[in-house]
Design a protein around this ligand. Structure first.
Ligand SMILES: *[C@@H]1O[C@H](CO)[C@@H](O)[C@H](O)[C@H]1NC(C)=O
Ligand SMILES: *[C@@H]1O[C@H](CO)[C@@H](O)[C@H](O)[C@H]1NC(C)=O
Ligand SMILES: *[C@@H]1O[C@H](CO)[C@@H](O)[C@H](O)[C@H]1NC(C)=O
Ligand SMILES: *[C@@H]1O[C@H](CO)[C@@H](O)[C@H](O)[C@H]1NC(C)=O
Ligand SMILES: *[C@@H]1O[C@H](CO)[C@@H](O)[C@H](O)[C@H]1NC(C)=O
Length: 230
C-alpha cells in the first residue's frame, strides 16, 4: 500500500519536473526578435509598411542600451544621450558593423524597468509610453528596425530595452563583417539573429530552475525517509 503511494508520488514529482522544464525552456528564445514582430504587427494593423529586421542595427541598439545602463531613473525613464561619435567610433566597431555601410538612424526609443517584462508588456509599458514614442512607431519614413535588450546587473535588474529605427535603403546598411556574423556579444541580446537571450536574462527561467532542483531534492529525501520507515 505504502509502496504504491510512493510510486505515485514519484510520478507526480516527475510530471511536475517535466512541466517546469518545459515552462522554463519557453523563455529561452530571443525576446528582441519577438519585439520586432510585435512592432510590425502593430504597424500592419494600422496599414503601415513593415520594417526589415537589421542585425547590425539591433547590435547597435544593444550597445546603446549598454552605455545607458547606469542612467535608469526611479520613474523608469532613461536620461541618456550618447554623442553622435559614439555610434561610429564605439558602437559600430563593437558590433563589427562595416563603417562605410553605416546608415541613417531616424529614431530611438529607450525604456527601462526594474523587472523583466514579457515582450508584449515591454512594448506597451517600457517602450511606447508617450506621444513621442507612439508617433515614432507610426512614422512612415522608417524602413528598418533593431532591438537590443540588456540587464544591468548579473543577478538583478534594471532591464533596458532599446529600439532603433533607420530610414536607409533596406538590406544595404549596417552590414556586419565576417559574412554577416559580426562580433559575438557577451551581454544581452539583439534582434535579427537566432542567438537566444542568455539564460540569466530572465528571472523566471532562473526561478523555475531553482524550483526544479528543490523538487528533485524533496523527492530524494522523501524516498529515503519512506524506505527507512518500511
Ligand atoms: C522622470 O524623472 C526625470 C528626472 O528624474 C524627469 O525629468 C522626468 O520628467 C520624469 N518622467 C516622468 C514621466 O515622470
Ligand atoms: C548618464 O547620467 C549621468 C548623470 O546624470 C550623465 O552625466 C551622463 O552624461 C549620462 N550618460 C549619457 C550617455 O547620457
Ligand atoms: C518621421 O521621421 C522623420 C525622420 O526622423 C521626420 O523627419 C518626420 O518629421 C517624422 N514624421 C512624423 C509624422 O513624425
Ligand atoms: C499599437 O500600439 C499602441 C501602443 O501600445 C496601442 O495604443 C495601439 O492600440 C496599437 N495599435 C494596434 C492597431 O494594435
Ligand atoms: C531585405 O531582406 C529581407 C530578408 O532577408 C527580405 O525579405 C526583403 O525582401 C529584402 N528587402 C529588399 C528591399 O531587398
Amino acid at each position: 500500500m505504502v509502496k504504491k503511494q510512493l510510486c505515485c508520488f514519484q510520478y507526480y514529482a516527475l510530471y511536475g519536473l517535466v512541466l517546469a522544464v518545459l515552462v522554463s525552456s519557453k523563455h529561452h528564445g530571443n525576446s528582441a526578435n519577438d519585439l520586432v514582430d510585435i512592432i510590425n504587427k502593430n504597424r500592419t494593423a494600422q496599414k503601415l509598411p513593415q520594417l526589415s529586421s537589421s542585425p547590425g542595427l539591433g547590435c547597435i541598439a544593444l550597445q546603446y542600451a549598454k552605455e545607458c545602463m547606469g542612467n535608469c531613473s526611479s520613474n523608469s525613464s532613461v536620461n541618456c544621450h550618447p554623442s553622435e561619435d559614439d555610434f561610429t567610433e564605439v558602437f559600430a566597431p563593437n558590433c563589427g558593423v562595416e563603417l562605410p555601410t553605416f546608415g541613417t538612424i531616424s529614431g530611438y526609443i529607450l525604456g527601462c524597468q526594474p523587472k523583466y517584462l514579457e515582450p508584449l508588456e515591454a512594448f506597451s509599458n517600457a517602450l511606447v509610453h508617450d506621444k513621442r514614442t507612439l508617433s515614432l512607431m507610426k512614422n512612415k519614413t522608417h524602413t528598418e528596425v533593431g532591438v537590443g535588450i540588456i540587464k544591468a546587473h548579473k543577478h538583478k535588474g534594471p532591464y533596458l530595452w532599446c529600439v532603433l529605427f533607420s530610414s536607409s535603403q533596406r538590406n544595404t546598411t549596417f552590414l556586419l563583417d565576417d559574412l554577416g556574423e559580426g562580433i559575438k556579444q557577451k551581454k544581452g541580446c539583439y534582434s535579427g539573429t537566432s542567438f537566444p537571450c542568455s539564460r540569466a536574462h530572465n528571472d523566471k527561467g532562473l526561478l523555475s530552475n531553482k524550483i526544479c532542483i528543490l523538487v528533485l531534492l524533496c523527492v530524494i529525501y522523501f524516498q529515503q525517509f519512506l524506505s527507512k520507515l518500511l
